[in-house]
Design a protein around this ligand. Structure first.
Ligand SMILES: Nc1ncnc2c1ncn2[C@@H]1O[C@H](COP(=O)(O)OP(=O)(O)OP(=O)(O)O)[C@@H](O)[C@H]1O
Ligand SMILES: N[C@@H](Cc1ccc(O)cc1)C(=O)O
Length: 464
């Protein structure tokens, strides 16, 4: 898979700049997160950082972040916001991940040039299931595999459809809608940029911010939630929620933004840009995820170690020092890749990624032999997979013909004898050689056939 490169972040739109403040000046937990570059800004700007620090020191708080079910998996951009929640949980706070079963029907205009395609209810239900699985896996892996958390905080995954289900549209707009001022809604960056675009903006998108604000209010009332996290593109929606809650309850609530991860062209890494690195195995395998992080350029690896892992900062410093001495070993890159793969796919996923790396880049037979069908298919995603009946006396030539890897007749014969074919990373030059178990056929019942430089065929032998 051609993995997109990740680059330095674009500056946040300056429209909001006077309204929030860099988070790194606040104390304690926020300062620690600020030093990792994880939490970018806090809202409201002036009073926010000090009040928020005080609030966090006063006892466990509840923090939430939302994810719309516009795909059946989360991606690494979302991972950052999930890890933001996990940082709070590890510090003893309660966290809530909200899946936007309702908001997903509207489509958030934030950071988008055009409207999302409407999804059917069945597709949304399927996506909700996939995202829930991702979230639960991430929370569970962080809890069990990353030591050093302070116990106590709770973890919840909710679907915002549950608090809209009972409400009629007219009743909702009549009671909630009247607290929103058109002028303020129109001034949001997400609205402004879309109104001036050729496509314009639908009513569904326009009222999106009312729903996200109401979610925040709902969680404030039911779970005493006073903090919402989101990527910088979410600031407008978070500000609307803040104003709504403040107007109704008089209570101060806070927003924290996380930096947006972008590709080399400066586009947010995600679904819309079509460059997502997914967290579900069937979309991006543990091996692909691992390789994506191993391949990050030197200039970005330290920042990613701070953002995407829980490795303490002094240890990251040491790893980087070591890298200065032995850059060819790419130690920080491998550490980053291992930590993220473990968080996303667990210990087994990491082992699988390492096994695939060994099998592909180090031509390790031992690693190949331990691979499952699924791993081999993930490793050679584009490679044809064939199930072949093993008959006594099957020769190299027969195998190649059975999977249509070579043409029939003299040309195919010649391709083998001239050294163009290998089985399990070993060249086979005798077309009439009979296949042997443990040599051409691995003990896991598989053979990896290669013709030329790049044409791989995965063969699963039946009735061994
Ligand atoms: N590349 C990214 N970097 C940091 N945060 C991100 C990134 N992509 C998404 N997020 C954050 O993840 C949360 C959930 O995003 P959501 O899944 O609803 O949409 P999305 O992935 O941004 O969609 P799309 O990629 O289609 O625009 C939001 O807080 C969003 O800001
Ligand atoms: N609007 C967010 C997702 C979200 C949904 C519901 C919320 O309450 C909060 C956030 C996004 O598209 O990225």
């Amino acid at each position: 898979m051609a993995a997109p490169m990740i680059h330095a972040l674009r500056p946040v739109p300056c429209l909001f700049r006077p309204l929030y403040r860099r988070i790194s000046h606040s104390a304690g937990f926020l300062e620690a997160a600020g030093r990792r570059g994880l939490f970018k800004d806090v809202f409201p700007a002036e009073s926010g950082p000090s009040q928020l620090s005080e609030l966090l020191r006063s006892g466990p708080q509840t923090v939430y972040c939302g994810f719309d079910p516009t795909a059946d998996s989360l991606h690494i951009g979302n991972l950052l916001t999930v890890l933001g929640l996990v940082h709070f949980h590890r510090a003893g706070h309660n966290i809530i991940a909200v899946i936007g079963g309702a908001t997903g029907l509207l489509g958030d205009p934030s950071g988008r040039m055009n409207e999302r395609e409407a999804l059917s209810q069945e597709k949304i239900t399927e996506n909700i299931r996939g995202i829930r699985r991702c979230l639960e896996r991430l929370f569970s892996n962080c809890e069990t595999l990353v030591p050093g958390a302070r116990p106590g905080g709770t973890v919840r995954v909710l679907n915002n459809e549950q608090w809209y289900r009972q409400r009629g549209a007219a009743e909702f707009l009549g009671s909630v809608g009247r607290h929103f001022r058109m002028g303020t809604m129109m001034s949001r960056h997400s609205v402004q940029s879309r109104l001036s675009s050729p496509e314009g903006m639908s009513l569904a998108e326009f009222v999106y911010q009312v729903f996200q604000s109401y979610d925040f209010y709902q969680l404030n009332q039911t779970h005493d939630c006073r903090i919402q996290l989101g990527g910088t593109d979410q600031l407008g929606n978070i500000m609307s929620g803040h104003d709504f809650i403040h107007r109704i309850t008089g209570e101060e609530v806070f927003g924290i933004t996380l930096p947006l991860i972008t590709n080399s062209a400066g586009d947010k890494l995600g679904k819309s840009a079509g460059n997502a690195i997914w967290l579900s195995r069937d979309k991006t395998s543990p091996f692909e995820l691992y390789q994506f992080f191993v391949r990050q350029p030197d200039g970005i690896v330290e920042r990613f170690l701070k953002l995407f892992t829980f490795i303490p900062l002094p240890e990251i410093e040491q790893v980087m020092e070591q890298h200065g001495k032995e850059p060819e070993k790419r130690l920080p890159h491998k550490r980053l890749a291992a930590e993220v793969t473990k968080i996303v796919h667990g210990k087994e996923g990491l082992e699988s990624a390492k096994r695939c790396t060994q099998a592909l880049y180090n031509s390790s037979l031992e690693a190949l032999e331990k691979m499952s069908d699924q791993e081999l298919q993930e490793l050679f995603r584009e490679a044809p997979f064939a199930e072949v009946l093993l008959e006594p006396g099957t020769r190299v030539m027969d195998l190649c013909l059975k999977v249509s890897a070579i043409p029939e007749g003299a040309r195919g014969y010649e391709m083998i004898s001239s050294g163009g074919v290998s089985i399990n990373h070993k060249k086979v030059t005798n077309p009439d050689e009979v296949l042997l178990l443990g040599h051409h056929i691995l003990h896991n019942g598989l053979s990896l056939l290669r013709v030329g430089k790049k044409n791989f065929y995965i063969v699963k032998w039946l009735h061994l």
